[in-house]
Design a protein around this ligand. Structure first.
Ligand code: IPM
Ligand code: MG
Length: 354
């Protein structure tokens, strides 16, 4: 008897649907070989629907999404919609309402991928960022007073709870234990300036580590120094746990050292609920419909989804296929328009190697 997984597919905006199509091609190939089925349900959400109907994420759709085994997302962001509307109303609302409190972002440089760092190779760049995904500056708390006057005041509250910090920290310790790489977890924060919210993180990190993960080495780095180390000594990192906004920022830098947005993927994880997997780059509107965007990030997101669903061997097969396709020399670059192949040809290449 084979497992069947119910997957909600949200292609979203811009190049999202194109890369998701290639991801599904690869997932389909993997499911045939590894004896499971994907029951796919398409959802039309994003900028086009918003412009057409005014809907962003109807409550009824959100309720349906709660019933899936996972969500496979392309990209959110539309050039004709003012900033914040789709991001808050769709992407962040999904993360919050489905309580996807971990944003898991592996940074791994595969052989054959161009790395902008001099003298660094795949043996140096292989770490995972565990980004807290429901709190901090993303909470949405804050507001204006005297808006539009010279006395204008605005605030954006950095909401931190011990509960929220601790559950992210525990997830990161567990992951470090499971990886068995360096047995080392970094807390990245700014304890010298954010002396309240990051003090909560600092104490939670040390108390949890000391009580329940004594064999895991605890390290600390300020966020600005972390940016420096990502460039200078990326080999120092194994697993990083970090609050929401700093995690957002350092994972774009992480994406660059693993070969760019064309390959960087992430998972919005609720370990006890519905998780959502996405390429971490945006909707790249100017490349929409041109068959020039790299689908490897979406393919990698699909791989993470399978691993999360427990199809570990199929996930490993996709990673091998990605590595093999990269070392085949056929893909010239992972940058949009410079691959030397079309989006769908890259999908075919990887699917054929699964
Ligand atoms: C990301 C993105 C989002 C974020 C935006 C689109 C709201 O940058 O997934 O990293 O800030 O989390
Ligand atoms: Mg980001």
């Amino acid at each position: 008897m084979s497992n069947t997984y119910r997957i909600a597919v949200l292609g979203g905006d811009g190049t999202g649907p194109e890369v998701v199509r290639e991801g599904l091609k690869v997932l389909d190939a993997a499911s045939r070989k590894h004896g499971f089925r994907l029951d796919l349900h398409d959802y039309d959400l994003g900028g086009e629907r918003y412009k057409r109907t005014g809907d962003i994420l109807p409550d009824s759709v959100l309720d349906e999404l709660r019933g899936f085994d996972a969500i496979y997302l392309g990209a959110i962001g539309h050039p004709d919609v003012p900033p914040g509307i789709l991001e808050k109303g769709l992407l962040l609302r999904l993360r919050f309402e489905l309580d996807q409190y971990i944003n898991l972002r592996p940074v791994k440089l595969y052989p054959g991928v161009d790395c902008p760092l001099k003298d660094k190779g795949p043996e140096d760049i292989d770490f995972v960022v565990v980004r807290e995904n429901t709190e901090g500056l993303y909470s949405g708390m804050g507001g204006f007073q005297y808006k539009g006057t010279p006395q204008e005041v605005s605030t954006q509250v950095h909401v931190t709870t011990r509960f929220g910090a601790e559950r992210a920290i525990r997830y990161a310790f567990d992951l470090t234990r499971k990886r068995k790489k360096m047995n080392q977890l970094h807390l990245v924060a700014k304890t010298n300036v954010l002396t309240f919210v990051h003090d909560t993180w600092w104490r939670a990190f040390n108390e949890v580590g000391e009580a329940d993960y004594p064999e895991i080495k605890r390290e600390y780095a300020h966020v600005d120094a972390t940016c420096m180390w990502f460039i200078k000594n990326p080999e120092w990192f194994d697993v990083i746990v970090v609050e929401n906004m700093f995690g957002d920022i350092i994972t774009d830098l992480g994406a660059m050292i693993q070969g760019g947005m064309g390959i960087a993927a992430g998972g919005n994880i609720n370990p006890a609920g519905v998780s959502m997997f996405e390429p971490i780059g945006g909707s790249a509107p100017k490349y929409t419909g041109q068959d020039v965007i790299c689908p490897l990030a979406a393919i990698e997101a699909g791989k993470m989804m399978l691993a999360h669903l427990g199809e570990e061997s199929a996930a490993a097969a996709i990673e091998r296929a990605v590595v093999e396709s990269l070392s085949s020399g056929k893909i010239r670059s992972l940058s949009a328009g410079k691959m030397g192949m079309g989006t769908s040809e890259v999908g075919d290449l990887v699917a054929g190697m699964v």
